[in-house]
Unconditional design. Structure first.
Lengths: 188, 751
């Protein structure tokens, strides 16, 4: 009986150690080598106000200061720079606007998740999120659930998936039920 | 002991009466009571702003010492906490997201508030706006859907941004910051009147306590603004005044104890002063029903003349009964009192209510004190125990006061207008550093110069609003010329009914608007904007909004401050921001025949102080003439008149010249000090002159004058040590005046 329990503990320990190792491995693979490796993104947003879903396209990258920059081309040109606490919105012909990320929990989750992943910082991911990494023939799938209570109230899960060292899509599931799907592709 | 109880009883009765009257008296702290009645519209604005204007209730707060996002968060939490406090009318920090009321009201009023309606509903403008909404949707998703459906043209966002920032303030994360982004800025509107110092003090304390509870330790709070300055100066003056009055009383006690060596005499000596205070209070209460705080302060000062009356009485006491002495000194005393009364009554006739109260209080107090002095023998006080004074050979050099007086007069004439100081701030006991901090914070807030206002008047509210709108159009041109950066006008919140109607009719009917929205082909569904079209239909049927519309929102207070009802109509106040050359703008407005004028509050208040002082000077000049006439009737011989009038006149002139030279100009406080000097000096001269035929009496008279000069002069010298400019000015003026009066009386009389 006792040995059975020990075996179980051992098994669980090995499994999580293995999972941790796999997260480090994934993060190391996914993080771009260059300073500014850009990802093209294509996001689809549904809204009852729209006759057809809105497609948002642009580029996303992590800059040398560790900020996550999201530059949209469609439907409008704009640059959104995310820092750990702020978002700066810049649009042509307009004064930049600053907002606290406290107002936009989904962006805070996105920032913490993507910038840690693109920055190759697995520890930061573990600190901020409970993660679950699964792999199958089609690739890998990383589910990140915010540990922070306030963030978790608004965002249930950020799921990233891809193949090999490529992140191909992420999906932000908001607690209210909306899901934001974004497809990513590395620039040639 | 038998000589003690009657004076003591009299003092107790007088103290009781004094408290009784004070309890029933309404104390008034409005500063405008001490300003002259406004003569022009510009002066009216000044008085209105000084007495109750919103500037006097504004507390500026800066939060510093942490990263920008932390400060922004602190600002938001703090605003929320502060808004719950009693005594806070509103808190602005640039962030209106917590103010559901305002957003709701803006939603209702946007169709009449937003300008350029015709351009906004053009096809390309609509397409542009919808494109904008699309990118908001792309960014914020569900959270903005409801707002977009109700406000596809983005009117509320534009209006809120225009209203929240005064046009210049930088905002980070939606809250106000200074240009460097190092301090988050907040504005607290106190609900208390600017001069309700205790309430303001309590409010400041609550603000600081809430801050300590809310903010992280590293973050500091800096408060500035009129209430902060007012509270600080009140606290400073309170402790200063208490300390100095204790020292002053000690001086009087020591001098009189030495002069009289009798407890009974000292108690009795306080009776005339107490009687004077009670009479002064009673007459002021009957004549005005209320007393200004400053009236009391200055009034007690002017009653300083009465301190001397019992000193003269006891000083002349010899072996006869005190009642005989009283009869003996009656002639010079009554003449002195009558002369001083003329001057005080002249002040009573002044136009400014505060000055009139001061005159009434002092005149009644002085008369009461004089009567009480002559009745003192009935209290049967012990006589001072002193040896007969020795006789000294009088010195008669009238040329000294004459020449010094003429030189001083010459200096004052040569100085011209420079002899007057019209700077109101010198009168207020405010620390200049605090004023500098205040100005710095104000600039950081971009609230611009509170010194200037553009006042547009009208017979009706609608007239004033239309005038403000016409002025606004002119200001647009002035902005193109670089004369002004921005302005805050009440018509941002409440356009004239005429303009509102114009805007409403410029909006297309809901059906046409629906077509225009659909024509933009933006990707939105045709029926997406039904909530907006419903609002539009409602706005069209509801018609213009009125002043009551904003009641219950923080914007009501702002509108109240910007729209003032006057005696003959309404006045709309436009606050300029980024005004470099006020004169040029004033000229521009005049050239454009604007129905408004630029009001310079500082210049206005200076002009008023000057007018006030002129008025007081004229009254006092007339009073001086009447006093000379009175002296002439009583004394008859020109040499006698000269002997009595020369020492006080020369003392006043030399003191005035000295204070003007060393103090940077004379203010109204100096005038009050000089008036007191004249009263005391005249008494000195009269008493000194009256007993010339009787050498022992003359020696007693001289000794009494010495005692007066030491005790009263001592009190004011102590007062002159105050750190508060106003008390210092008053104290030094009177102390110097008494010293010179004493000297000139002693050496300056003709043989």
């Amino acid at each position: 009986m006792i040995s059975g329990l020990l075996t179980l503990i051992l098994l669980v320990a090995t499994a999580s150690a293995e999972a941790d190792g796999r997260l480090d491995e994934l993060v190391a693979a996914v993080a771009p080598d260059g300073d500014r490796a850009e990802l093209d993104f294509r996001e689809v947003r549904h809204s009852p106000l729209l006759s057809e879903p809105l497609v948002v396209t642009g580029r996303i990258w992590r800059d040398h200061r560790g900020h996550l920059v999201r530059e949209t081309v469609e439907p409008r040109r704009a640059t959104y720079t995310l820092t750990s606490s702020m978002i700066v919105i810049e649009r042509p012909g307009r004064a930049p606007r600053n907002h606290s990320l406290a107002h936009a929990p989904e962006l805070a989750v996105l920032y913490h998740g993507l910038s840690a992943l693109l920055g190759g910082d697995a520890d930061a991911l573990r600190e901020r999120f409970e993660h679950e990494l699964t792999r199958d023939e089609s690739g890998w799938r990383l589910q990140l659930r915010p540990r922070d209570g306030q963030l978790a109230e608004s965002v249930s899960v950020l799921s990233l998936s891809g193949e090999g060292d490529q992140i191909q899509r992420f999906e932000l599931a908001l607690a209210e039920g909306e899901t934001i799907e974004t497809e990513l592709s590395r620039q040639p | 002991m038998r000589h003690v109880w009657r004076p003591l009883l009299a003092l107790v009765v007088l103290a009781g009466a004094g408290f009784f009257i004070l309890a029933g008296l309404e104390l008034d702290y409005r500063l405008d009571a001490f300003l002259p009645a406004p003569q022009t519209a510009q002066q009216e604005v000044v008085v209105d702003q000084v007495s109750g204007g919103s500037a006097g209730r504004l507390i500026l707060a800066a939060v510093e010492g942490a990263t920008t996002p932390e400060l922004a968060q602190t600002s938001r939490l703090l605003a929320e906490q502060w808004r719950q406090l009693d005594g806070v009318e509103r808190v602005d920090n640039g962030d209106w997201s917590a103010e559901d009321g305002i957003v709701d009201k803006l939603m209702q009023a946007r169709f009449v508030l937003a300008g350029d309606v015709t351009e906004r509903v053009q096809a390309d403008a609509v397409a542009e706006a919808l494109d904008e909404r699309l990118s908001e949707l792309a960014f914020a998703g569900q959270r903005v859907e409801r707002l977009i459906a109700r406000d596809p043209l983005g009117l509320v966002e534009t209006l809120a941004a225009d209203l929240a920032s005064a046009g210049r303030t930088r905002s980070v994360d939606g809250v106000w910051f200074d240009d460097a982004g190092e301090r988050a800025l907040l504005l607290v509107h106190s609900a208390h009147a600017p001069f309700a110092i205790d309430e303001q003090s309590h409010l400041l304390q609550s603000l600081r306590e809430r801050f300590d509870d809310t903010a992280p330790d590293a973050v500091d709070l800096v408060l500035a603004g009129a209430p902060v300055i007012g509270v600080a100066s009140a606290e400073a003056s309170r402790s200063d005044a208490l300390r100095l009055s204790l020292w002053g009383s000690a001086v009087v006690l020591v001098v009189l104890a030495f002069a009289w060596r009798s407890a009974s005499a000292m108690l009795a000596g306080a009776v005339p002063l107490a009687a004077g205070v009670v009479c002064g209070l009673a007459v002021t209460a009957l004549a005005f029903g209320q007393v200004h705080g400053l009236t009391l302060a200055f009034g007690f000062t002017l009653l300083g003349v009465a301190l001397d009356y019992p000193v003269h009485l006891f000083g002349h006491a010899d072996r006869r009964a005190l009642s005989a002495t009283a009869r003996n000194i009656r002639a010079p005393l009554v003449l002195g009192v009558a002369s001083t009364l003329i001057a005080y009554i002249a002040i009573w006739l002044s136009d400014s209510p505060g000055l009139a109260q001061l005159g009434a209080f002092s005149a009644a107090g002085l008369a009461g004190a004089a009567v009480a002095t002559l009745l003192l023998p009935t209290l049967d006080p012990a006589l001072p125990r002193r040896a007969q004074p020795t006789r000294v050979q009088p010195v008669n050099w009238p040329a000294v006061p004459l020449l010094l007086g003429l030189a001083a007069l010459g200096f004052l004439l040569w100085q011209g207008e420079a002899r007057w100081s019209n700077d109101l701030s010198r009168l207020s006991p405010i620390d200049r550093e605090q004023i500098a901090a205040d100005r710095e914070l104000r600039n950081a807030l971009g609230g611009g110069d509170v010194r200037y206002l553009i006042a547009a008047g009208g017979e009706t509210l609608e007239g004033a609003l239309q005038a403000a709108e016409t002025t606004g159009e002119l200001l647009e041109k002035a902005r193109e010329d670089g004369l002004i950066e921005h302005w805050q006008t009440p018509t941002e919140l409440l356009p004239s009914a005429r303009r509102q109607q114009q805007r409403l009719s410029a909006w297309p009917d809901p059906d046409e608007m629906r077509e225009r929205l659909g024509a933009a082909d933006s990707g939105f569904r045709d029926e997406a904007f039904e909530p907006f079209l419903d609002d539009l239909a409602q706005a069209k049927t509801r018609g213009p909004i009125d002043r009551e519309f904003w009641q219950g929102t923080p914007l009501a207070a702002r509108l109240d401050a910007q729209l003032r009802e006057t005696a003959d109509g309404w006045r709309a106040l436009i606050a300029p921001v980024g005004l470099d050359d006020a004169r040029a703008l004033a000229q521009f407005l005049a050239n454009g025949e604007a129905p408004a004028r630029l009001v310079d509050l500082a210049e206005g208040s200076q002009a008023m102080v000057a007018a006030w002082r002129r008025e007081a000077s004229v009254s006092l000049g007339i009073a001086a003439g009447v006093i000379l006439l009175l002296l002439g009737l009583r004394l008859r011989r020109p040499a006698e008149i000269l002997a009595v009038a020369l020492p006080p006149a020369a003392a006043v002139l030399v003191t005035a010249a000295a204070m003007s030279y060393f103090g940077g100009g004379l203010s109204i406080v100096h005038l009050i000090g000089l008036l007191l000097t004249a009263g005391i000096g005249l008494d000195f001269a009269l008493f000194s002159r009256s007993f010339r035929g009787d050498p022992p009496a003359m020696a007693r008279s001289r000794r009494a004058i010495n005692t007066c000069a030491l005790s009263t002069g001592g009190v004011f010298f102590v007062l002159g040590q105050s750190t508060i400019g106003l008390l210092q000015m008053l104290g030094l003026t009177v102390a110097l005046g008494i010293l010179l009066s004493w000297l000139f009386t002693r050496i300056g009389q003709p043989r």
